[in-house]
Design a protein around this ligand. Structure first.
Ligand code: F1P
Length: 346
């Protein structure tokens, strides 16, 4: 299974500027630590990667905004691997973070979409995401492609380090094969989400909550809404809600909760109860067939079942659609949002 995965990654990259994943395998195997630098949506994909790599490969991972990393004096040791993630491959902050890490002896692995871009050229090795051009400024399919590549990478590192059971690896790979069909199914939620968007299009604020692998998805859902509809939105780890954001919840607050069936399901159900008790308007993203949450949430959006570690690939889709429809209904230009550049090169 792993050989076929390597084959796929390498085949995609063999004719390109970046070195193959195989050449980097031993470096990943022996790394004491992995740092991930990125901005915006790519940073959220990096957070998913942190959860995946630490869960399966048991290597410490730190994820940092490149825009912060480049301006401080981070501790970087020789032998550290830095994964730089960028859709455009031209983001100035990410490029500067790479140069800083390189000057201190780190090896750089890139995850880029644009072939031959500045970031791709500045890295020692990497994998292209091949998501195709992002027509709009806000990243959407790039996120899915980044998370896919990073999931494969996490599995490869775990296999190399011997930290993953063969049966788990096999299960993940088989589930991975099903993802394109399940993504198609999730995209069919479009009409349903349009109806929900109509109801909430005039909201002044939104709160997004998620746990585990879906915490970064909550951040991404909030970012997409901000970027294209100009509605203020905050993403939080669901358990962090009680440490502050709970004060914001009232009958005017839409709360999007990613509550797919996973190891934190019981806990997220109790988070939903807390929101409901304060009359928050709950839009829950659940796993198909969920019998509990429909009795609690005002709106329920079902996504196909998959392995817990792969849920971000499906749960992000309804959030992207929600932002898209709300933005269109508010008369916003979804492809060219105000103040946003496709590549932030300064
Ligand atoms: C990073 C990013 C995007 C965002 C917007 C501005 O870009 O923050 O995530 O949607 O386009 O730039 P990149 O480094 O992934 O190209």
């Amino acid at each position: 299974i792993l050989d076929s995965m390597r084959g796929r990654l390498v085949a995609e990259n063999s004719h390109l500027v970046m070195a193959s994943v195989i050449e980097f395998e031993n470096k990943f195997k022996n790394a004491d630590r992995i740092l991930i630098v990125a901005c915006g949506t790519s940073w959220h994909a990096g957070l998913v990667a942190e959860y995946l790599i630490e869960e399966f490969a048991r290597v410490p991972v730190e994820v940092e905004y490149a825009s912060e990393f480049r301006y401080r004096n981070p501790i970087i040791k020789e032998g550290d691997i830095v994964i730089a993630i960028s859709q455009s491959g031209e983001t100035a902050d990410t490029l500067a973070a790479i140069e800083l890490a390189k000057s201190k002896g780190a090896m750089i692995f890139g995850v880029c979409n644009v072939v031959g871009s500045s970031i791709a050229r500045a890295t020692d090795a990497g994998a292209y995401t091949h998501a195709g051009p992002e027509i709009g400024v806000a990243s959407t399919k790039a996120f899915t492609a980044q998370v896919t590549v990073l999931t494969l990478l996490a599995m490869m590192i775990a296999e190399k380090r011997g930290t993953i059971e063969t049966s788990t690896l096999r299960q993940l790979m088989l589930e991975m094969e099903q993802i394109p069909t399940k993504v198609e199914k999730a995209l069919q939620l479009d009409t349903e989400i349009k109806v929900i968007s109509e109801i909430f299009k005039d909201a002044a604020n939104f709160l997004y909550l998620g746990r585990g692998f879906n915490f970064p998805v909550a951040l991404e859902g909030a970012l997409k809404l901000k970027e294209i509809s100009y509605i203020h939105a905050e993403g939080y780890p669901a358990a962090e809600m009680k440490h502050g954001p709970i004060a914001l919840i009232d009958a005017n607050m839409p709360v999007v909760v990613i509550a797919t069936k996973d190891s934190s399901y019981e806990k997220i159900v109790s988070n939903i109860q807390e929101v409901k008790a304060r009359k928050g308007r709950i839009i829950a993203i659940v796993t198909e067939g969920d019998a509990v949450i429909p009795d609690m949430a005002e709106f329920v959006i079902e996504v196909p079942d998959t392995h817990e570690a792969l849920t971000p690939l499906l749960s992000v889709i309804p959030l992207q659609l929600l932002s898209y429809h709300i933005a269109v209904m508010r008369g916003c230009n979804v492809d060219q949002p105000r103040n946003l550049a496709k590549s932030v090169t300064v």
